[in-house]
Design a protein around this ligand. Structure first.
Ligand SMILES: Cc1cc2nc3c(=O)[nH]c(=O)nc-3n(C[C@H](O)[C@H](O)[C@H](O)COP(=O)(O)OP(=O)(O)OC[C@H]3O[C@@H](n4cnc5c(N)ncnc54)[C@H](O)[C@@H]3O)c2cc1C
Length: 222
């Protein structure tokens, strides 16, 4: 999504849809915002780029489990449907978010990826392809995890090294034989170290000493 200057009037956009609040993104933040707006009786719409609510979680690596137990993963008004100290998988998280939107009949429009947000007098203009929304309020809840950060020197590494960001990684079948260096020790790095260590020599490096959900230290040679 880009923030642009004023949009020319003659670009062939559909007539603008006027709404009090546009929420961009139907993840945790967008859905929780929508829940509270709905409870307060405030007209709004949630624009979600994915085809289904929760797809960002469905598209992460197959073995993903949250590091936060279910009791801390619930959104307002609806408990996470599993024992509080269990760790949901990525797809369970996705299904919870989808069912949350359905349970409260939140006005989420999926498959609407916002490509610009601009100011027009006292209003904002939000566009998605030919669609155009005008609103005095916009909540940007598009998240911070959609764009992988790859170090600039990655292009200069030996081309025989198969490099991939964790956003592309699904399971070990994508790797070539040989040892693995995992760079980063937040959530994905230690999880992938636990997954890969039984199969190959695997080193996880990062600024912090990482711990897996079981409490074992994964931020060193495994
Ligand atoms: C691998 C991984 C594991 C994680 N594990 C945990 C965990 O265990 N526990 C925990 O608490 N947190 C975890 N997080 C962090 C958690 O995902 C975020 O803190 C949380 O999802 C933030 O919610 P959000 O609604 O701000 O953003 P997101 O969940 O990223 O939602 C943003 C939504 O906006 C949509 N969107 C983006 N751009 C546009 C656009 N232009 N137009 C329309 N829609 C758009 C996206 O499709 C998405 O649905 C993890 C993150 C990652 C990457």
């Amino acid at each position: 999504m880009t923030s642009t200057g004023p949009i020319p009037a003659d670009l062939g956009f559909a007539g603008p849809e006027h709404v009090e609040t546009v929420v961009i993104g139907g993840g945790q933040a967008g859905l929780a915002t929508s829940y509270h707006l709905a409870r307060a009786g405030r007209p709004h719409v949630v624009l979600e780029g994915s085809e289904r609510v929760g797809d960002v979680w469905r598209q992460r690596f197959d073995s993903l489990r949250l590091f936060s137990p279910a009791r801390y993963d619930a959104l307002p008004g609806m408990p996470f449907p599993m024992p509080g100290w269990e760790f949901p998988t990525g797809s369970e998280t996705a299904d919870y978010l989808e069912s949350y939107a359905a349970t409260f009949d939140l006005p989420v429009r999926t498959g609407v990826s916002v490509d610009s947000l601009s100011r027009k007098g006292e209003h904002y203009v939000v566009t998605s392809g030919h669609r155009r929304f005008e609103a005095p309020n916009v909540v940007v809840a598009s998240g911070t995890w959609q764009t992988p950060i790859v170090p600039e020197f990655a292009d200069r590494l030996d081309p025989r090294i198969r490099q991939m960001h964790s956003a592309e990684y699904r399971n070990p079948s994508q790797l070539q034989p040989g040892p693995v260096l995992l760079v980063g020790s937040s959530h994905s790095g230690p999880d992938l170290a636990v997954e890969l260590a039984p199969r190959t020599a695997c080193t996880c490096r990062g600024r912090s000493r990482a711990r897996s959900r079981s409490g074992s230290t994964a931020g060193r040679r495994t």
